[in-house]
Design a protein around this ligand. Structure first.
Ligand code: SAH
Length: 250
């Protein structure tokens, strides 16, 4: 099945452990059988966000299920703390892109938020959940970021941990630049990005008055919402996130 030596990674719900036989379920079964042309005897890597990553051998392959046997743990489980991303839902392709990249950038939690100018108010959570799985499989994460149901912006403060700093990407305001704000910032972080039409000025005033929030600017150009999220998450991970921690471990 694998032309390269990199094994296919599959997310599954089942508990993983030495000698366990698991049913990978219909989604992975379809992907492995129809898309990747997997055969009995092929090995894949399975992870469930709890038990680490397991080298797993495929046995019975049918249209709706694949039975597979966990052989050895390839990587132990570890936490993957990261920034939380609060974003106004976008149109389909742009939101898919945003979610995929946020997973790759190590976001720990994704919170769709309905702002005054949010155009897409019907978020298909199942579709986003599948995007998350696909991206996590591809980028070798051991966890999936949590995905919240959409919240109204006015309800965000009540659910927000007061020790996590919410960086509000505030276009057209005299906010400090993101790298500047990150210097010396050691709290866990969240990032809030507005919709395509931007924040309503009163809404932004209200946001910036919250004790949890700090405004940040992302440079002299106005970015599309998904560009703003991806760019800011990269800078956050590079300056005080897991890009640094990762290097220090090598
Ligand atoms: N249509 C709006 C721009 C919205 S950009 C306008 O013309 O004013 C979408 C979101 O991306 C914004 O709400 C903001 O959160 C973020 N963003 C884009 N560019 C930014 C910048 N230079 N600095 C800070 N935030 C930015």
């Amino acid at each position: 099945m694998n032309a390269s030596s990199v094994l296919t990674r599959i997310y599954c719900d089942a508990d993983l452990g030495a000698g366990r036989t698991i049913d990978l379920g219909p989604g992975p079964a379809h992907k492995l059988r129809a898309v990747l042309r997997a055969k009995p005897g092929d090995d894949i890597l399975a992870f469930n966000g709890r038990d680490g990553e397991w080298r797993t051998r495929l046995h019975d392959i049918s249209k709706t299920k694949i039975l597979a046997e966990c052989r050895e743990q390839a990587r132990p489980q570890h936490d993957e703390p990261g920034p939380w991303l609060v974003f106004a839902p976008l149109k389909k392709d742009r939101m898919d892109h945003l979610v995929e990249k946020a997973v790759e950038m190590g976001a720990e939690r994704l919170i769709p938020v309905i702002t005054q100018r949010t155009e897409n108010r019907r978020v298909k959570l199942e579709r986003l959940a599948q995007q998350i799985i696909d991206a996590a499989e591809q980028c070798e994460r051991l966890t999936l970021p949590a995905l919240d149901a959409p919240v109204e912006l006015k309800n965000l403060p009540a659910m927000w941990p007061h020790k996590r700093v919410l960086l509000v990407a505030a276009e057209r305001r005299h906010a400090s630049s993101l790298p500047h704000v990150l210097t010396g910032e050691h709290h866990a972080l969240g990032l809030l990005v507005g919709p395509e039409g931007g924040f309503d000025p009163n809404e932004l005033d209200w946001l910036l008055d919250l004790p949890i929030s700090k405004p940040v600017n992302l440079g002299p150009r106005i970015l599309r919402a998904e560009s703003a999220a991806i760019a800011a998450l990269s800078v956050m991970q590079a300056l005080n996130g897991d890009w640094i921690a990762h290097n220090e471990n090598i």
